[in-house]
Ligand binder design. Structure first.
Ligand SMILES: Cc1cc2nc3c(=O)[nH]c(=O)nc-3n(C[C@H](O)[C@H](O)[C@H](O)COP(=O)(O)OP(=O)(O)OC[C@H]3O[C@@H](n4cnc5c(N)ncnc54)[C@H](O)[C@@H]3O)c2cc1C
Length: 467
C-alpha cells in the first residue's frame, strides 16, 4: 500500500519503519528542515521547532523497550550505538525491599535517553530502512480529496504541501503530534467535525539536564517520580552519562513561576533530601527549560462509530496526548503504531478500515488515556487542596488504590512489581488494580499512604522561592 505519513517525529518515524518492514511504500513528510546530526550531538545541536517538548525531560519506559525489541530490533541496536542507557529499574532497590531477584524481573529493563538523542537515532535507522522516503522541510498544508463512495463522507486521496506539490496515496496517516491540524484540514474538505475533549492539563514543567564526570548516574534514593506536597520532582537517567531533573507545579501556583529562574530552581532542589545530589554535576543547559499549557486531549475521528472521512487515520499524539508526568507518551504511541501496522495486515475497503481503526483505538489505547488523565487530575486537585492548606479528599477508589499501592510497595515484593508493571506501562492500571489479591493486600495497609515523601512543607518551599 502507498502511504503518506504527516510528521516525522518519534512516532511518525516508528510507524514508518513498522509499515515499511511489512512491505508498504512509505513517504514521511516532516515540516522541520534540519536533518539530525550524529545522535550523540543531537541534544546540543539539533533544532526542532516542530516539537515543543524536544529539550524537556524524557524517559522511555520498559513498555517502550519491550516493543522496540520485539518489533524494531534494529532500532534497539541503533539506540545502543547512540549511547542510550539500558538498566533495570529494580536494580537499585535493595533485596530487603524487593524480596530478592525473580526470574522475570528483566521485564523492567529500560532503554532510555534524552529526547533528541533517541529521536536522532530513530531517524538514522528510518533513513536506512528500505521502502521509506523521508522528506524534511516538507510542511503539509492540506488534504487532497479523493473519490468517495459514501454520501457526505469525503475520502482523502493525498496531501498538499505548502509549496503546492500534491502527493497522492492509498492511505494518509497523521502523526503530526499534539498540535496536529487534522481536524481543520478535514473540515476544509467538507468532513463533519471530529469530536474532541481538550483541556490544559494544569501542570508546568521546569527542567534541566546534567552530565556526570565519570559516566555514572547519581545514587537513586527514591522513586524516579516523587510528589512532595505541592511540587513534583522527576529525576530521570538518560544516555551517555546524562540525566534530567525536573520540578513540576500547578500552573495556578503563581509563586512557583519563579522556578524559571536558575538560582531559585537550585534552591528548591536543595530542599529535597532524596534528590538534591542530582544537581551536583555539570549542567548541560544554562537555563531552566519551561513548558506550560500542556493539553490533555483526545480526538475521535469516528464519533458514534461513523468515520468523518476515509483514507486518513491518526496515530499517537495526534489522536491523544496527556500531561506527561507518567512518561507514557512514547510507549502508548508505540502500542498505537503497532496496532496500526497489524490493522493494515487485513486490507479492507476504506470505510471498514476507518471504522476498524476507531474500534481498535478505543479498545487498546484509549484506556491508557483515561486512566492517565484521571490520575493526573487527582494529583492536580491534591496540589490545589494543599495550596489551600487542607488535605485532599475524594471518594474515587482509583486514587486511593494508587496511593495505597505506592505506599505498600516498599514492604512487599509483589506490590512493588505490580506498581512497576503500571509505572513502566507493561500492564494497564485497571488490570493491575483490579486484581482481587492485590486489592486485599494493599487495602489492608497501615495508612502510610498519607505520609508525605521527605521534603519541605509549603512554608519552607515558598521561603526558598522568595530567596
Ligand atoms: C514536557 C513533555 C515531556 C514528555 N516526556 C515524555 C517522557 O518522559 N516519556 C514519554 O514516553 N513521552 C513523553 N512525552 C510525550 C512524547 O514527547 C510524545 O508522546 C511523542 O513525542 C509523540 O510523538 P509523535 O510523533 O506523535 O509527535 P511529535 O513527536 O510531536 O512529532 C510530530 C511531528 O509532526 C511534525 N508536523 C506537525 N505538523 C506538520 C505538518 N503540517 N506537516 C509536516 N510535519 C508536521 C512536527 O514538526 C513534528 O516533527 C512528553 C511530552 C511533553 C510535552
Amino acid at each position: 500500500m502507498k502511504t503518506v505519513i504527516v510528521g516525522g517525529g518519534l512516532m511518525g518515524l516508528c510507524t514508518a519503519m513498522l509499515l515499511a518492514d511489512d512491505g508498504h511504500e512509505v513517504t514521511v513528510l516532516e515540516r522541520d528542515g534540519r536533518p539530525p546530526p550524529d545522535p550523540r550531538q543531537a541534544f546540543e545541536s539539533w533544532e526542532r521547532r516542530g516539537v515543543n517538548q524536544f529539550r524537556l525531560a524524557h524517559f522511555f519506559l520498559s513498555g517502550f523497550r519491550r516493543i522496540v525489541e520485539s518489533e524494531l530490533p534494529l532500532l534497539r541496536r541503533e539506540l545502543d550505538e547512540a549511547g542510550a542507557l539500558t538498566y533495570n529499574v529494580l536494580s537499585g532497590i535493595p533485596d530487603s525491599l524487593k524480596g530478592g531477584a525473580r526470574a522475570d524481573d528483566d521485564r523492567f529493563d529500560v532503554i532510555t535517553g534524552r529526547r533528541p538523542v533517541v529521536e536522532a537515532a530513530t531517524a538514522r535507522r528510518c533513513e536506512e530502512t528500505k521502502n521509506i522516503a523521508l522528506r524534511r522541510a516538507a510542511p503539509v498544508a492540506a488534504l487532497v480529496p479523493g473519490s468517495s463512495d459514501r454520501d457526505g463522507v469525503p475520502h482523502v486521496g493525498g496531501v498538499r504541501l505548502d509549496s503546492g506539490e500534491e502527493i497522492l496515496a492509498d492511505l494518509v496517516i497523521d502523526a503530526a503530534g499534539r498540535r496536529s491540524a487534522l481536524p481543520r484540514w478535514l473540515g476544509d474538505i467538507g468532513a463533519a467535525p471530529a469530536s474532541e475533549e481538550s483541556d490544559d492539563s494544569g501542570f508546568v514543567y521546569f527542567g534541566r539536564h546534567f552530565r556526570s564526570a565519570d559516566g555514572q548516574m547519581p545514587a537513586l534514593l527514591g522513586p524516579l517520580k516523587q510528589d512532595v506536597g505541592t511540587i513534583g520532582v522527576l529525576t530521570l537517567p538518560a544516555d551517555n552519562g546524562t540525566w534530567s531533573v525536573t520540578l513540576t507545579a500547578s500552573s495556578r501556583d503563581v509563586e512557583l513561576r519563579a522556578l524559571r529562574d536558575t538560582q531559585t530552581w537550585e534552591r528548591v532542589n536543595r530542599l529535597l533530601p532524596l534528590t538534591a545530589h542530582w544537581i551536583d554535576a555539570e549542567p548541560l543547559d544554562d537555563r531552566v527549560t519551561v513548558m506550560a499549557k500542556i493539553e490533555d486531549r483526545i480526538r475521535t475521528f469516528a464519533p458514534g462509530g461513523k468515520p468523518v472521512a476515509t483514507g486518513v487515520l491518526a496515530v499517537a499524539d495526534s489522536w491523544s496526548c496527556t500531561n506527561p508526568s507518567l512518561g507514557r507518551g512514547a510507549t502508548v504511541g508505540m502500542m498505537h503504531a503497532v496496532s496500526l501496522r497489524d490493522h493494515l495486515r487485513h486490507p479492507e475497503d476504506p470505510w471498514a478500515l476507518a471504522t476498524g481503526w476507531h474500534e481498535r483505538t478505543c479498545e487498546t489505547v484509549e484506556p491508557w488515556f483515561r486512566t492517565t488523565r484521571a490520575y493526573d487530575q487527582h494529583r492536580l486537585h491534591e496540589i490545589h487542596a494543599l495550596m489551600d492548606g487542607h488535605p485532599y479528599e475524594t471518594d474515587d477508589e482509583l486514587w486511593h488504590l494508587n496511593r495505597a499501592l505506592d505506599a505498600s510497595s516498599s514492604r512487599h515484593g509483589d506490590n512493588l512489581r505490580a506498581a512497576l508493571d503500571m509505572a513502566m506501562a507493561l500492564r494497564r492500571p485497571d488490570e493491575v488494580l483490579g486484581d482481587p489479591a492485590l486489592r486485599e493486600r494493599i487495602l489492608g495497609h497501615d495508612g502510610a499512604a498519607d505520609k508525605p515523601v521527605a521534603g519541605p512543607d509549603r512554608g519552607q518551599l515558598l521561603a526558598a522561592v522568595s530567596g
